[in-house]
Design a protein around this ligand. Structure first.
Ligand code: URA
Length: 233
């Protein structure tokens, strides 16, 4: 696609205004100023105008404060899903980038950009996820150290990668992990003889759950939040 067309479509400027912004040197492709309106924009290029990342319409990036009781799926015939909480025109376009259990609350990312969600969830990208964990029993020092060093999960040979533990109170911790194994947090706590009573995701990478969102509410991610995880596709 030509650069002026890309800028116009993604920013809402007219083609003439887009050409003006390009020739004024306000548009960058992968960080380099492009002044030629008829340059071709490579697929998945990172295009910015001033501080704003430009993405073609159709690429949606949302955060939701997931309530308990909904599953992380696009549709399910028997159970309510997080995607059901979106208006139908958005629900049709997005998928979930990093699932949460039905009873887990907090930060859920939804997008229409498959490449971006791959970057969020890819084990190779090492994206840290922080959970507030309410425990059945106080966490002793020994268990805390074990979580920090890595524990063996039931049925798996490879121990978990080192995690960060912040003690909020005797039975509440903030746990940061860099993997996304099945029921990982609950199984990590089970591995140290404890039990998770409540689990709430606070952040994924630099994206922190917006405290103004009530359970079930959502908002668009900012350009900075989108770019903090990976380049939009
Ligand atoms: N770990 C879990 O056990 N459950 C979640 O929902 C997320 C991480």
């Amino acid at each position: 696609m030509r650069l002026d067309q890309f800028v116009a479509t993604s920013s809402g400027l007219s083609r003439k205004e887009a050409k003006r912004a390009i020739s004024a040197g306000r548009v960058r492709v992968h960080g380099a100023v492009f002044k030629s309106a008829n340059s071709q924009v490579p697929e998945n290029a990172e295009v910015t105008m001033g501080d704003e990342a430009l993405t073609l319409p159709g690429s949606l990036y949302l955060m939701m404060n997931k309530p308990a009781g909904v599953i992380s799926a696009n549709n399910d015939s028997s159970q309510p899903t997080a995607v059901d909480l979106l208006p139908p025109e958005l629900a049709r376009q997005v998928h979930i980038a990093g699932r949460l259990d039905k009873d887990t609350t907090g930060l859920l990312l939804l997008t229409s950009d498959g490449q971006w969600s791959h970057q969020v969830t890819s084990p190779r990208r090492d994206c840290p996820k922080t959970y507030r964990v309410t425990l059945a029993e106080p966490l002793d020092e020994h268990a805390c150290q074990a979580l920090e060093q890595g524990v063996e999960l039931n049925g798996e040979e490879k121990p978990t990668l080192p995690a960060q533990v912040l003690l909020r109170s005797a039975t509440e911790i903030e746990l940061t992990i860099r993997e996304g194994r099945y029921h990982q947090v609950k199984r990590m706590l089970a591995a140290v003889g404890n039990h998770v009573m409540a689990l709430h995701r606070q952040s994924v990478g630099d994206i922190v759950l917006d405290q103004t969102l009530a359970p079930g509410q959502y908002r668009s991610l900012t350009a900075q939040e989108i770019e903090s995880v990976g380049e939009p596709g």
